[in-house]
Design a protein around this ligand. Structure first.
Ligand code: ATP
Ligand code: MG
Length: 167
């Protein structure tokens, strides 16, 4: 494994939605709870498509809906794991966060020591300001023919995931 303090990032060019879903599936195999993955980038960039790949990669067989209006979709996975897929675009302000009970979903403080059995995927995390600690940030850029996706590790666990994914 790479030096645990080293920031690690990787960029991939994804030519269609299937390539994005496949990256999500590969990424899923490296994610173990507790894990927080944030997704940034413009509307229609492919954030939900990547999350759909992750949820299916974790073994969920049903339809993975965008949480555009519900703000949060919850999936119960094997081994007692829960995956939360959040889209905060419509979050009005940080006080909504507590009202919706999301402060109970998201581990606070030191993620390494958190005992939660959750994987949390967050679209539009910037709506919460600086409030979230993440393990990986995935940034999307829309180019003329493809989506340029950059994965950036923010923690030791994030570094380990990217090392496994791109080794
Ligand atoms: N390489 C690609 N990866 C993902 N989606 C792509 C790609 N190329 C084209 N698309 C299209 O872009 C759209 C991506 O939609 P998606 O809902 O995943 O975006 P989003 O980033 O979640 O948007 P929002 O911010 O509104 O939630 C889909 O219509 C998909 O068909
Ligand atoms: Mg989306």
């Amino acid at each position: 494994m790479t030096d645990s303090n080293a920031p690690l990032s990787a960029a991939v060019s994804l030519r269609d939605i299937k390539a994005t879903a496949n990256l999500g599936k590969s990424l899923a195999s490296t994610l173990q709870p507790p894990f927080v993955l944030a997704l940034t980038g413009p509307m229609g960039a492919g954030k939900t498509a990547l999350c759909q790949g992750i949820v299916h990669g974790k073994g969920y067989r049903g339809r993975v809906k965008s949480p555009t209006y519900t703000l949060c979709e919850t999936y119960s996975l094997d081994h007692g794991m829960t995956l939360y897929h959040l889209d905060l675009y419509r979050l009005n302000d940080c006080s909504d966060w507590e009202v919706l009970g999301f402060d109970e979903i998201l581990p606070s403080g030191d993620l390494e020591k958190s005992s939660t059995e959750s994987i949390i995927l967050i679209e539009w995390p910037e709506r919460l300001g600086e409030a979230i600690s993440t393990d990986i940030i995935v940034s999307f850029e829309i180019l003329s023919e493809t989506r340029l996706v950059t994965l950036c590790a923010q923690s030791r666990k994030g570094v380990a995931c990217l090392a496994a994914l791109f080794a």
